[in-house]
Design a binder for this molecule. Sequence first.
Ligand code: ARG
Length: 559
Amino acid sequence: MKQTFATLLHSHINACMSLDRVMEGIEKPSYASQGDLAFPCFSLAKVKKKSPHHIALQLAGKIESPLFEKVVANGAYVNVFLNKRVVSERVMKTILKQEETYGSHSFGKRNTVTIDFSSPNIAKPFSMGHLRSTVIGNSLAHIAEKCGYRVIRINHLGDWGTQFGKLIVAYHRWGDESEVRADPIPQLMKLYVKFHEEANEDSSLEEEARQWFKKLEAGNQEAHRLWTWFKEESLQEFTKIYDLLGIHFDCHHGEAFYNDKMNETIDQLAKKGLITQSEGAEVVDLASFNLPPCLIRKSDGATLYATRDLTAAIYRQQKYKFTKALYVVGEEQRLHFQQVFAVLKQMGYEWAANMEHIPFGLILKNGKKMSTRKGKVVLLEDVIDEAFQLAKKMIEEKNPTLRNKLEIAKQVGVGAIIFQDLKNERQNNIEFSFKNMFTFTGATGPYVQYTYARACSVINKANVDSFKPAGLNDTYSWDVIKILLEFPPMIKSACIDNDPSKIAKYVLKLAQAFNKYYTHVQILADDDEQPDRLSLVKSVTIVLKEGLQLLGIQAPKEM
Ligand code: ARG
């Protein structure tokens, strides 16, 4: 609609303004009573040396389209009122034809984006922070695909680093094989916590841990055996969580994968003259970026998190030729990524300009950080299980005869957790509350899922299998139609801003408008407009389902 309006406007003023500028100028009027589209004439007025109202009047008189009911001058603006019947017919036909591809874009075509997300640490519980990364990253992956990108989902597992030296020491001193086998992550976590408690008393432990990590890096058999075992146990736990969330990765190379590739990175840095010595360690000076130096190799020869990220970036560029690389990692690692990107730029890699850290805030419980440290372990699996139990209870109350209760409870429980996260702009902290994520009236996943199921049941009752819309003219349907029209541009903007909350807010708005429609209109009344009303309901189901899918949430047909 906007494009049509812009093209028509442009045909009358093409000497003064490019089509793109006209497109950019078009707004939504402040009030629905002023129409659906508005074009301000201030800059044209300057060029033509006439009053903006005069210009608006002239243009309004010239613009005509079957899509427009009327075009008027309103002060300095040309306002368009869309023709509800014609436009709604078009929108519904488009959605019914395109189905789940409605809202897709092609601007990402022939481009690859790598998304580094989730990336939990081996031998530690999957934290709430990693949950945020997982949920946000997964949604960004869906959104990028919807916009045409080839997406590579990368789980950069934290499977290397000095903590493994600590864990090996702790296991040797206090560990018990059968206990670890029976309940791996909590037991390993306990050992890790105990190490820190004991190391406060006995500082020789830290040195011992460093030695063990060095042995691990040198390929020592015992060190390697334990590391492999801890890693396998952890992966099994993580896989359970990914299965529950319905998430997959294309690449599972953790930090350890880069062990035999880091020397090359360090050689390159040295050849380019970027390495300086600082107290026996090797660093890259980043003063020209106004950043502290990036530590590449410690005085004892051990490599660091940043060394592995540099190596991983070079590897990914070689392997995937990404046009964009996203890192969905908490706010606290901002400096780390600034440094990594800066070092790559110093190395002369132009592609480093296309890397982006996507930070997010904390998950709070009663205003405090939900922590997995200090032995107070909140296991994500338990959190998901609790959500599942609540969803099950809710279904038992509302719809005791439902088939597949367990499967649907899982979809609703997981949907509730994901939605609570994604409805907030990612930079904000979010308050985690089981109570708030399940209300049917609030801004929740179950509310949107329920609306979808409700719409599906209307279609089911009507028992039709073909939809032939001719257009609707009432205000309730128009409110829904206008939102359906916003779906494609909303997705584009969610992709450009890396912001899944736009999708979450959108599905909520659509669900609300639909529920209003459902309450006020007799959808199944037997009259001439029934096919149109059913087409509208069907269109809503298509868009709600696809919107939820982009968030990583499933849409059960019944609940
Ligand atoms: N494992 C890290 C952590 O838990 C996150 C890794 C993020 N990705 C990366 N390429 N650095 O803090």
